[in-house]
Design a protein around this ligand. Structure first.
Ligand code: BTN
Length: 265
């Protein structure tokens, strides 16, 4: 560990209230917690299995980007879900994870996190965390999903890698104090468990409404980079599969499944 509070997996277990965290693997170092969780899922690990690491040597972000993951400061974890969900609804895994993380961290730290579609956790225009969901399909069905969650917690902003320092922040940077990663992990996992129950009992409506409340992307002009194409338009809404509905200058609404959004001022 490099400074800061250690994650205590025994205390963590006592703080968990539901099925998320039914089994917890804590690693001082992992390549990527998503990769470890994937391998466990392939071997039959149950819904709610969690992998937490103090650092990652091959942390992965979306679109093949690196997720720099130093020891001793931040949250890197992955959750195995085995939802009864159609493959075409896989984006809902990112939505439920983002809502759980933003809500839990808002309540626990007072920091006003928002969600930038599809997977960025923001404070104003700075990124504080991200979600990487990966799904295994078998015969067109979702066999399991891995939700990877990375949050900058106790890294000093001045210690963030130079390439992201101007566009990233941490909870410590926002509150000027250190936070217990054990407590924050528990808050996130309990919130995730609760949202999964709500989805099971009441469908996706309440979740999508909460996403809209926490979103910083909607009802404004945006630019979206989709692969090699850049499109500008008005971010109207997300649909019930979590796709971004972008009204183009022509008036046509385009449905976007993945991309990098930035606000047009
Ligand atoms: C992004 O914003 O591009 C997504 C970042 C996701 C990072 C987390 S850290 C835990 C899990 N393991 C990984 O390798 N990536 C995710």
């Amino acid at each position: 560990m490099a400074g800061g509070e250690e994650i205590d997996s025994e205390i963590l277990k006592t703080l968990l209230k539901g099925r998320i965290g039914v089994s917890i693997t804590y690693l001082a170092s992992a390549g990527s917690t998503n990769t470890v969780a994937w391998e466990l899922a392939e071997k039959g690990a149950p819904h709610g299995t969690v992998v937490v690491a103090d650092c990652q040597t091959k942390g992965r972000g979306r679109l093949g980007r690196e997720w720099i993951s130093p020891a001793g400061h931040n949250i890197y974890m992955s959750v195995i879900l085995r939802p009864s969900m159609r493959l075409r609804d896989a984006t809902l895994l990112t939505i439920v994870a983002a809502v759980a993380v933003a809500g839990a961290l808002r309540d626990d730290t007072g920091v006003h996190l928002s969600i930038k579609w599809p997977n960025d956790l923001m404070v104003s225009d700075k990124k504080i965390g991200g979600i990487l969901c990966e799904v295994k399909s078998v015969n067109g069905e979702m066999a399991f999903g891995i939700i990877g969650i990375g949050v900058n917690v106790n890294s000093a902003v001045s210690a963030l890698p130079p390439q992201i320092r101007g566009t990233a922040t941490s909870l410590r940077g926002e509150t000027k104090k250190e936070h217990s990663r054990t407590d924050l992990i528990a808050a996130i996992l309990n919130r995730l468990d609760n949202w999964i129950h709500i989805m099971d009992a009441s469908g996706r409506g309440p979740l999508l409404n909460e996403w809209r409340r926490l979103s910083s992307t909607l009802k404004m002009p945006v630019k979206v980079v989709v692969g090699t194409e850049t499109v500008s338009g008005f971010a109207e809404d997300i649909d019930d599969e979590g796709m971004l509905l972008l009204r183009m200058p022509s008036g046509i609404v385009r449905r976007i499944s993945s991309g990098d959004v930035s606000m047009l001022r």
